[in-house]
Every structure is written in C-alpha cells, then in structure tokens.
Design a protein around this ligand. Structure first.
Ligand SMILES: [Zn+2]
Length: 301
C-alpha cells in the first residue's frame, strides 16, 4: 500500500513535469504528512527530500518567507510516509546479482542508513529483482568552512561580544575590499566597519562570506554611531539595498549559518540580536524593509 502510493506520486510527478497546475492538482489529491524541522534544515532541503517544490511547501504552510525554525511543524503535501527521512520521489534501483546495500549506496552516493530508511528495510538483506528507492541527495552547502578555519587561528574575545547587529550596505555594488577603502577614506583607521560581509553575486559571490580584519584582529566595530555599542557589537552586513530589493536566498542562508555558528559554537550564549535601526539613538532604516527582521528575531531572540 505504502509502496504503491509512493509509486503513484512519483509517476504523477514525472508525467506532469513542466505542467505545474496539473502536478499541483495531483499532489493535492494525495495525502498530507507532517514534518518536524530539524536543526540545519532549510526549506529547500525539505522540499528536495520530499519531492515537492519549495513554492508548494510555502503555499501549503502559508509561509511568507523562506525562514523556518527548528522544531516547527510543516505540512508536506503528497508526502509518502510520516517518517521524517523518507523521500517521496527519486531514482530507483533494481537489485541485480552481486549487489549489496553497501555497493548500491556507494554507487548512488547515499548512506546505507538513508537507503534502509527510504525503503523501510529492517535488515541488510536485499533480493535480486527487488526495487529500491534511492533517497534524494541532500546537499547542505557549507558557506562557513573558511570562516571556521580563519577563526580557529585566533582567540575570540567571547566575553566581550554582547550583541550582533545586522546591516545592509544600502548599495547593490561592493565587496569587503571596496568598502574597506571607502571606510578608510572616511577616516576609519581600522578599515571595513563590519566584522563580516555577505556578498550578493555582483562584486563578490552570492552568499559568500568575507571576513573583515576587525574579526581576525577581534577589534571593535565601526558599524553603528554609538562608540559604546561598537565596543561590544559584532557587525554583519549584507551587500544590497533592501529598501529596494530582497536579500538573495543564498545571502540569507549564509547569514543564518553565520548566526547559528556565532551564537551556538563561538560565543556559546544567546547574544542580543538587532537590526541596525532597532538600536536606540541610531537614525537609520538599515537593514531595509525587505530584510526579514521579524523572522530572524523569532530565530535568534
Ligand atoms: Zn546599518
């Protein structure tokens, strides 16, 4: 039963590829399951894993942004089982003479555990002719590895940092080097005012995190007007003018990865989080009306 329904969903998806409306109708006819968001999940990963589109997932759950929180329950339209890790669609493998779970897992670049879960196998025994569903590859792109590596080489002044402030650059161009030069010209001898800069794909990579010297040297920021706040606030800036445009998905991915890591692994405490304009005495609209501040507060407060 389980098996045939999953097969139907997959067939329906394949048959209507390129015809969104029909696919959505078919999906709407299948069952809805629930999924509990795990740490590190993104909407994209969950959609991929369950063989549904991100927009369908958002519509079903009436989400206005891509942000989700660990522990949140999402409705998965047309989901195959209630099991969190079971995919609804994906390639299949017909077991041949000499195949083992291990060899099949290796061939498809998945783990044996994922393969067993996807096929509800209780043992490693498989039979010739058996059809196995290959779980979708969940590629969690790590946008942080260079930041972790650079931070491993320094001593973070953990006790000093009390808050993290997010900014937009208010201009769609620029990268760490250009802003550094501009800030020095404005008389900031430590250069780039922020500790981290997240690119938008124009003058640096989309979602690429650039590390400023104020982070590697653990210097005070120059990103808010108040000197007192600058002493204890880590500044993260996303390149772009978010009064006019939205931050890219990759920029938000990078931002949440950076925030999760700073709060959870580096500072190991709930650090006060604020958008620039929320700080007392700072007269600014930064980080712009399109930056999802409310969702970030829900995640980091
Ligand atoms: Zn700002």
């Amino acid at each position: 039963m389980q098996h045939s329904r999953r097969h139907f969903t997959r067939t329906a998806l394949l048959a209507t590829a390129g015809c969104t409306t029909l696919a959505q109708q078919l999906l709407a006819q299948t069952t809805t399951t629930r999924y509990t968001v795990q740490p590190g999940d993104t909407l994209g990963h969950i959609a991929l894993r369950h063989g549904v589109s991100e927009s369908t997932l958002k519509k079903t759950n009436q989400l206005s942004s891509d942000l989700i929180r660990s522990g949140q329950t999402l409705k998965i339209p047309g989901g195959s089982t209630a099991d969190n890790s079971a995919p609804a669609a994906g390639p299949i493998h017909h077991v041949e003479l000499g195949d083992t779970l291990g060899s099949i897992a290796l061939t498809h670049g998945v783990t044996i555990g994922a393969l067993k879960r996807a096929n509800q196998l209780n043992s490693d025994v498989i039979r010739i002719g058996q059809t196995l569903h290959i779980p979708a590859l969940v590629s969690t792109e790590d946008l942080l590895s260079h930041v972790r590596a650079a931070t491993d080489k320094i001593t973070v002044r953990r006790d000093n940092w009390k808050r993290i402030v997010v900014h937009h650059s208010a201009i769609k161009y620029g990268n760490a080097k250009k802003y550094d030069a501009a800030h020095r010209q404005r008389g900031m001898q430590n250069g780039l005012a922020y500790h981290f800069l997240i690119g938008n794909g124009i003058d640096s990579g989309d979602g690429a995190i650039e590390i400023g010297p104020r982070w590697t040297k653990q210097l005070l920021g120059g990103h808010v007007k108040s000197y007192r706040l600058n002493l204890t606030a880590i500044g993260i800036c996303l390149v772009g003018n978010f009064e006019k445009t939205h931050p890219s998905k990759k920029q938000l991915d990078a931002f949440t990865q950076l925030m999760d890591w700073l709060q959870g692994d580096v500072l190991k405490k709930k650090t006060h989080f604020a958008g620039h304009r929320e700080l007392k005495g700072e007269q600014t609209i930064c980080p712009g009306k399109h930056f999802p501040l409310a969702a970030m507060h829900a995640r980091y407060d």
